[in-house]
Design a protein around this ligand. Structure first.
Ligand code: SF4
Ligand code: SF4
Length: 124
């Protein structure tokens, strides 16, 4: 199983980290303007156009930036509850329970199973 996050759309809500039963995700900091990957935000298999380069998709930002739901959105660092950016560091452990696919605010989680079938999060 391969799991990666489209970093351009990750809000940092941390739902994926919280619901995954096998610890596929880690929350990383968003680095600095001159080094967005300073804290390892790109340490999963996301393709080039989905890597973290310090720029968030405008439509996702506009949708979530001012939402008051108890989670930090687009915060630079994670405080243990939200913030930062999610990285699929342990995709081989995924059991395809699909919990993260249901919960992902940014609709930015991509999973490819061992047959090559692809799954993507669609927020309810
Ligand atoms: S589908 Fe995979 S990555 Fe997502 S929550 Fe389930 S085990 Fe974790
Ligand atoms: S659930 Fe989606 S938007 Fe929220 S932190 Fe995880 S990957 Fe990012």
């Amino acid at each position: 199983m391969d799991v990666y996050v489209d970093k351009t759309k990750c809000t940092g809500c941390q739902h994926c980290f919280d619901v995954c039963p096998v610890a596929v995700f880690q929350m990383k900091g968003r680095g600095t303007p001159d080094n967005p990957d300073a804290e390892g935000a790109n340490s999963d298999t996301a393709p080039e156009e989905m890597k973290w380069k310090g720029v968030t998709d405008k439509a996702v930002y506009d949708k979530w930036a001012n939402v008051q739901d108890g989670h930090k959105h687009f915060a630079k660092d994670n405080d243990g509850t939200s913030g930062g950016i999610s990285v699929g560091v342990n995709g081989s452990a995924c059991i395809l329970c699909q919990a993260c696919l249901i919960e992902c605010e940014g609709e930015c989680i991509h999973i490819t199973d061992d047959t090559g079938a692809k799954y993507q999060s669609i927020y309810k």
